[in-house]
Write a protein that binds this ligand. Sequence first.
Ligand code: NAP
Length: 484
Amino acid sequence: MVAKTIPVDPFDLIIIGATGDLARRKILPGLFRRMCAGQMPETAKVIGASRGDLDDAGFRDFVKDALKEFAGDTAKDAKSVAQFLEMLEYVSLDVFGDTGWKELKSKLRPDTIHAVYFSVGPSLFGEIARKLSGHGITDEHSRIVVEKPFGHDLETAKALNTELRACFDEHQIYRIDHYLGKETVQNLMAVRFGNALFEPLWNAQHVDHVQITVAETVSVEGRGGYYDKSGAMRDMVQNHLMQLLCLSAMEPPSKYGADAVRDEKLKVIRALEPVAPSEVVRGQYSAGRDMASYLEHAEDPDSKTESFIAMKVKVANWRWASTPFYLRTGKRLRGRMSEIAIVFKDPPHSIFEGDFNRKGNVLVIRLQPDEGITMRVTIKEPGPGGMRLTEVPLDMSFADALGDQVSVMPDAYERLIMDVIRGDQTLFMRGDEVEAAWAWVDPIIEAWQDAGSRPVPYDPGGSGPDDSLMLLHKDGRRWREIKS
Ligand code: NAP
């Protein structure tokens, strides 16, 4: 079952790199589910392109297999699958060659929304942009979607922006960070700005600190070569964790709209203080539990790339002065968990005996697993026996609260592709945001490189290096548990 929604306007979507992993696992199954939900108009067309020597029938076979593998139960409906396959066409082309582009152009229909998804490595982005506009495939109304990684540092991100902006206006460029497409991330904005309860407390006067954790159990096995050039800072902090930090820390935008929201996020990034080396912990997983170490996966026995990072970040503005944000992400940890925890200050005075109610409330926004929101509050322990206090969660699991609607919620990619067609850039990163994030991240990485520092080893299956625990202990705080 898939969520029913209002259809978007008719569109032609070109996917360059349509036979790749991302297209197979996310983009094509996502489009299929949107079709089943009635959101994709019957007249929509999806044109795949890559160097593969396929015709339309060959591409449809490829997509049929992809749906079987990645579209879940929805793909059991043969009629829907057949209907989706009818929407597909294919053009064989090499981004660096000159053939195929004319054919691609001939497949586009006038008076229809045109979007091009660059589902290829970023080294191809500039060339694709030039070919699309040079061959008149795109015009000022077209939209392009580009994938992460958006640059390796500030210089490469700027170069990429320059290449894209030579052919497209900023309002045509959709830079995907799929974290922004997650239901809970948008709920963070709904909770903050749709309730009068939280916003008055959402500041340094009431919030002790904020913890943002993205923990993974997987290793880098199979993608060690790519990951080793990147590391946790570039692969996770510069984009995903930065976006979560921005949405947690930003001022209320004047309205829920692309520029209003992105202006406020940009202000947060620009307000970030430089991070002292003593406030960053880098780790690298060791061998254990019958699995190889990071160094074996990376195939460089001398690699200094981190698979874990924890850091204390300060947002230098009135709202957050004196409230630190602790960020943490890593591979091969005890559990798979992504959450933002807003830890409120302790009550200023205890009227009860003992120290029962000196625990601050915690608002947890869970991205995975089990998307939802929990608030920990202190109550009286039931029964006679005096005034004994205990902590309980006020829990809103989306699955419990919204029932069937959750199991049919579109995944991040589905939602974001439909936003592209609708022309809504709110959940996409703007060029200046990406550059500001790199401008903050680059000096931190350069300082490690200058010092030749090495990440500390950590045991797989735990919560990362002990030094990361110390990062909070020395401030009199502790990380929330990473559960298996
Ligand atoms: P991939 O599996 O290597 O697929 C690349 C696609 O591009 C293939 O269809 C390939 O087909 C095509 N291609 C490569 N060179 C080409 C050329 N010169 N001309 C035309 N087509 C060409 O890569 P991917 O994993 O799908 O990733 C695509 C992008 O998404 C990357 O930027 C990646 O970082 C990003 N991304 C991927 C994931 C994921 O889950 N996979 C997640 C987040 C972001 P041919 O070789 O047949 O041409």
